[in-house]
Design a protein around this ligand. Structure first.
Ligand SMILES: CC(C)(COP(=O)(O)OP(=O)(O)OC[C@H]1O[C@@H](n2cnc3c(N)ncnc32)[C@H](O)[C@@H]1OP(=O)(O)O)[C@@H](O)C(=O)NCCC(=O)NCCS
Length: 293
């Protein structure tokens, strides 16, 4: 086992952590890439800036969940996690390629899990990396395969979307209660961060309520609703904002309503990684965020 020291993450670590995560995930994506897909690309500068901003958000809202591993004073890995109500979330977890498989990740995850020891539930979105999957299962997480939809969008399939409007901070209380119903814990301060980065759309009628954040290319980043019909309307609204190609990540088998929307839009269905859950059934109707879950 490598002689690594585990210490709390500090704001001045975040830029180096972004570099390490960008390199670490590119290495995983290249190793696991399917032959029929384009070569994985490095994280763009804009997504890098967003990653840094989001990680500062974890440190501001729950600094005790973020840990760094050092060897000879140099960062060699980190785990960022936080709690929201009685939910522990693992946001990101990386050990520098070349030093993986030597026990550093086990120590980092133990520190992050210790932070969440008072939480009944846990959530993480895992790559298919064999080492990561070993760690998550050993920590007691159930692994639910994730699917995604991608392809050329058939715009003629998009229905008229009704009763969906732009959302604002005035909707956060409603959104927190939809979160509690779908995933058992509110996102709390994460909604404000998401609103700073993405477009928010809300549906709130006598028959159902829901919300979605989508990127400016239409990709749904987080979607939650009280029923499937409302969820489907929100997903169509996201797709309506897409360009020629569309992408819908993070779909579990419990969310067939999303598969049905994507197939109706003539997108192709694929598999990637797992939703790791502890003491929680796969949320539905729900499309989770990759690190705010
Ligand atoms: C996931 C990660 C953070 C774990 O850190 P690590 O230092 O490699 O973890 P550890 O060495 O403590 O544990 C790795 C486990 O995989 C095993 N392992 C090592 N090499 C392996 C390989 N090539 N294939 C499969 N398993 C392997 C180890 O034996 C160990 O399992 P064990 O404790 O049951 O024996 C690190 O591997 C990593 O950065 N991976 C790429 C990024 C990633 O996928 N992060 C997770 C995002 S969800």
């Amino acid at each position: 086992m490598t002689d690594a020291r585990i210490r709390p993450m500090r704001p001045e670590d975040v830029e180096a952590a972004e570099q390490m995560s960008s390199e670490g995930f590119l290495e995983v994506d290249r190793r696991l890439a399917r032959r029929d897909e384009p070569d994985p690309e490095p994280r763009s500068a804009e997504r890098g800036r967003q990653w840094i901003d989001r990680t500062h958000h974890y440190l501001r809202t729950d600094p005790g969940g973020c840990w760094v591993a050092e060897v000879d004073g140099e960062m060699v890995g980190f785990a960022t996690s936080f709690t929201r109500e009685l939910m522990w979330i693992l946001a990101t977890y990386v050990v520098r390629p070349g030093l993986q498989g030597q026990g550093i990740g086990t120590m980092l995850l133990a520190a992050a899990l210790h932070h969440g020891r008072g939480c009944l539930r846990g959530m993480l979105s895992a790559s298919a990396d064999a080492r990561a999957v070993r760690r998550y299962r050993a920590a007691g997480f159930s692994l639910h395969p994730q699917m995604y939809l991608r392809g050329t969008l058939d715009r003629s399939a998009i229905p008229v979307v009704e009763k969906v409007r732009d959302g604002s901070a005035a909707d956060f209380e409603l959104m927190d209660s939809i979160d509690r119903r779908t995933r058992g814990a509110a996102h709390g301060p994460d909604h404000a961060w998401l609103l700073s980065a993405f477009r928010l759309v809300v549906s709130d009628t006598s028959t159902g309520s829901g919300y979605a954040f989508h990127a400016f290319d239409g990709t749904p980043m987080l979607l939650a609703a009280t029923n499937r019909r409302t969820a489907a309307q929100l997903l169509w609204e996201c797709l309506a904002g897409s360009g020629e190609t569309a992408y819908v990540p993070h779909i579990t088998a419990a969310n067939e309503w999303a598969i049905d929307v994507g197939l109706a839009a003539r997108l192709d269905l694929h598999q990637a990684g797992y939703l790791g859950l502890r003491n929680l059934r796969p949320p539905t109707p729900y499309l989770h965020h990759g690190s705010l879950l």
